[in-house]
Design a protein around this ligand. Structure first.
Ligand code: PXG
Length: 460
């Protein structure tokens, strides 16, 4: 951020103008207008400042985006250079440009060898819209146009546009009119939340077998693909048991159902591997990407296709009737190149895997392993969740767990740390450049927020 930033307007003035004209994401706008949103004006590495000079440690990389942290001059310079050279051109008129060509070369040098093609978008939601059209087209070209149904998971999140939210499993989004035909759902692999006494391994197998049951119920000849986040993000940072993914992969192969990984938050180093499916050791047919692709400095997403799928679409598919005005935007591509180059050449992903990732996980287990409010700690690399529980031994959750985690998040803001709450879990996903010192600050402030929450509800 520019170090000489001076507030331009009073915070309440910004808030009033915002309330007059802006509908925010996922909240009650009337209630927000009364409270007034925080006005964030700058960032540096993991820290953010608001208009009143308050400083926060951002434990969420914005919204799972700023893998390189805030304030990277190399990314700003890459955007400026490209804006001056060629600010825009499209991919419609038999044209391309160096920025998108070079981005593809770099991206596929980082991806496992069995991926070969990308369709670029502006966001994760769009990547998943494109996914549905692309897998349906794939089956059409192979002479199986009836293979159309997408199976997702309850509480999965794949974006906020119509088809992406329908494929996701957020019921409150469906209730806003967001459903489309030919979409089905199975349960999420949330071991802590299940009511039986299965071991995690048994539960993982049972959760995966639901996919087989659903495919048989719908008829394999009608099912196009299964889509899931390798670890579930917006729905609570849920890590499936180890038995889950191998079983899912086996079922998809057995019934000729495409396996689609939504890597929008797991991609680009979060788990210590370049892509989260590599951590869980399975081989999807497609990857949806966004967020960490540019560290969020500029919007860009994409759908990555396996060589097998791309060959069918390119060699036999004829006209692919899809295109976005900003697909492969040169400025976004230039920023993505600078971002991926830095993640690779500065050893950021390797550092998460070998040093800072294990360090964060160890600190959390030391600090919260015996905490009276915490029932389970999940995570790997620089992503983690603290499950709040009334009784750890029996996995009994608080009836009002959503209120308790929301309160913890609010206290976090007061203590200068941004961590995210979901139903019963507190989530953190700091920038991948975090040092051990910054991780100490994150864990230390989170401890204060969790302790204060525990005191308020009388368990500490
Ligand atoms: N897939 C996944 C797995 C995501 O997490 C999207 C797709 C959609 O991406 P766009 O770029 O269209 O927003 C996302 C978005 C949260 C939260 O609270 C997470 C997201 C969005 C909003 C809130 O964790 N991820």
């Amino acid at each position: 951020m520019t170090t000489d930033y001076k507030p331009q307007r009073e915070t309440k003035d910004y808030q009033a103008a915002d309330a007059a004209h802006h509908i925010h994401a996922f909240l009650d706008q009337k209630a927000l207008n009364e409270e007034g949103p925080r006005v964030i004006v700058g960032g540096d590495r993991l820290h953010l400042w608001d208009n009143d000079g308050n400083r926060y440690l951002d434990g969420m990389s914005g919204l799972w985006c700023t893998n390189l942290g805030y304030g990277r001059k190399d990314l700003a310079a890459a955007a400026t250079r490209q804006l001056e050279q060629l600010p825009y051109y499209n991919m419609f008129f038999h044209t391309t440009h160096p920025a998108v060509v070079e981005l593809s070369e770099l991206l596929f040098s980082l991806l496992p060898r069995h991926y070969s093609h990308a369709i670029y978008t502006n966001s994760g939601s769009e990547a998943n819209e494109v996914l549905i059209r692309t897998v349906r087209r794939y089956w059409q070209v192979l002479g199986k146009p009836q293979k159309k149904i997408m199976i997702g998971r309850w509480n999965g999140y794949h974006g906020s546009t119509l088809a992406a939210s329908a494929m996701g499993g957020m019921k409150f989004m469906h209730e806003m009119g967001g459903v489309i035909p030919d979409v089905a759902h199975i349960d999420e692999p949330y071991w802590f939340g299940h009511e039986g006494n299965l071991t995690p391994a048994e539960f993982g197998l049972r959760a995966a077998r639901q996919l087989e049951t659903k495919i048989l119920e719908l008829g394999a000849e009608n099912v196009a693909a299964f889509i899931a986040e390798p670890f579930q993000g917006a729905g609570g940072m849920i890590f499936p048991p180890e038995s889950y993914w191998p079983q899912i992969q086996r079922i998809c192969r057995k019934y000729d159902v495409l396996l689609c990984a939504d890597e929008v938050i797991g991609g680009f180093g979060r788990t210590g591997e370049w892509f989260a499916h590599q951590h869980f050791d399975f081989e999807p047919d497609t990857l949806s990407i966004a967020k960490g692709l540019t560290s969020g400095y500029i919007p860009m997403g994409g759908l990555i296709l396996s060589r097998r799928m791309a060959e069918v679409l390119v060699e036999q598919g004829g006209v692919f009737a899809h295109g976005l005005t900003y697909s492969g935007h040169p400025v976004a591509a230039a920023v993505a190149i600078a971002n991926l180059t830095a993640l690779r050449d500065e050893g950021v992903v390797a550092q998460v895997k070998n040093d800072t990732g294990p360090y964060l996980q160890q600190c959390l287990r030391e600090v919260f392993g015996n905490h009276p409010l915490v029932g389970e700690i999940q995570g790997v690399g620089l992503v983690a969740a603290l499950q709040f529980a009334q009784d750890k031994a029996t996995r009994k959750r608080f009836a009002n767990e959503g209120d308790i985690t929301w309160r913890c998040r609010t206290i976090g803001f007061e203590e200068g740390v941004i961590i995210r709450s979901t139903l019963g879990r507190m989530i953190m996903a700091p920038a991948l450049i975090a040092t051990r010192g910054e991780i100490d600050e994150l864990v230390g402030k989170t401890k204060i927020a969790v302790d204060r929450t525990a005191q308020e509800i009388g368990v500490l």
